[in-house]
Ligand binder design. Sequence first.
Ligand code: ZN
Length: 507
Amino acid sequence: MNLKYFYIALIQLCVVSSFHTASAQQLRGLECNTLVFEKDIARLLENKKNTKTITNRTNTIDFVPLQFHIIGNIIGNTQVIENIIFDAVCKLNSDYSKTNIQFYIFDKFNYINNNLLNNITFPYISPEAASVLSLTKKEGAINIFIGKNLTSGSSAFYDPNLDLIYIDKNFIGADDIILSHEIGHYFGLLHTFSGWEETVYNPNLPTPLFVYRGSTAYFVEFVDRNKNCETAGDFLCGTPADYILYWGSGCHYNGGGVDPDGVYINPDESNIMGYYSFAGCYDYGFSDDQAEVIYADFLSREDLVQNKLRIQEQISDTLTLTSPLSGIETIYTDVTFKWEAVENATTYILELSLSPNFSEFEKYILLHELEYTAYFLKNDSQYYWRILAMNETNPCDRKFSEIRTFNTVDYASDIDEIYHSSGFSIFPNPLKSFSKNFFLNSKNNYLGADLKIYNLHGMEIHSLNQQHLTEGINEISIPEINILSPGIYFLSINHNRTKKMLKFIVI
Ligand SMILES: [Zn+2]
């Protein structure tokens, strides 16, 4: 039977059986489980055809938008941290260096707290989850959802019907290849071993002329490039014949596989669309024709082309921190962090940690402003903080500031102590500058007490005579003319033989 006959048979089988493909899908850990439908193969062939008409490829780099959706559980936990996404896009751009595209982070991160999406199943996505994914997608970008895990045990998938990528947060980052692989599928690439997704190649049996996926027949690709590489396997001749669904025996395939002519196969173990790519052995990449297909598919997606960029902003300046100053001891637990703007930085991350190597974060905040106030920090602790400046068009170019430290004192027990010994306490303490009042907690009633506020130099700032203090909380007003600027102050309380001096701070 000649090869042409098989090719026709393949297309016919695809037509009648594409809806069976999902039901026969085998699932394995650490694999991507992208479904392939007839229309996807048609698109690949169309892209291949279009590569012939694309000119001026070598001088053009287009920056392609990625819309990230960060999924957490219903109470907002378990999300991937944003800096890892920058790591991932930086890695992605390295993996796609051969293509004419690079990637940038489109719009802002979209945060979704949804248990259903956080633990999604695949390939049988529930209609409810599919509906939420579809409604959440944003036009004009490649949509990537990062959730907690895939209950099937896979690391990621590209869904051709929803046209989106879902990835387990444990498989995205500076060293992971999975996202590059899924975006390869997004642009229409098949596995280098396409057709063998449900069949384990057995070198002890004669190699068949075609292999089934569900009831769909695929030609088995010959080693000889003059035979059927255009119509078999992944339909690309730049990727050698490959039948290997799983290879756990080192970085070089030596399993003795032969093609139907008995010629030893020599697959490209460093190709991103193969499954050797999970072994972490190589600087993985695409073949020339895969790179051409990727670019052709990108050009066919008008919504992406509309949002492409041509420039990458460089963050050149170093980052200067303003406050708090390094090494200070502070009695207050609300701390405002400030830094200077950096040219071309669009996003900052404040990292606040109790560990000098930032192994865990007390605060990890993505910001578009130049200051942030953290409330209710822990007493009696040494904090470390730094700022990371970033630009979404250039995810590799991130600049960390120096690391600064400050200490909080055991402030709460001071209040208790003062109150216990003096019978008074002031709150809030510290007091915000420009406050028009504060509160005095008193253990007893005092009819006609004299109150005075002094600064650190002993200068009287404000006096309130003949005040009626009641047991409990008393509001003390400060007239606008005496508004207190940041500094240390003392409140004296005089009533008959009761004379007390309380320290308070204005920040
Ligand atoms: Zn795949």
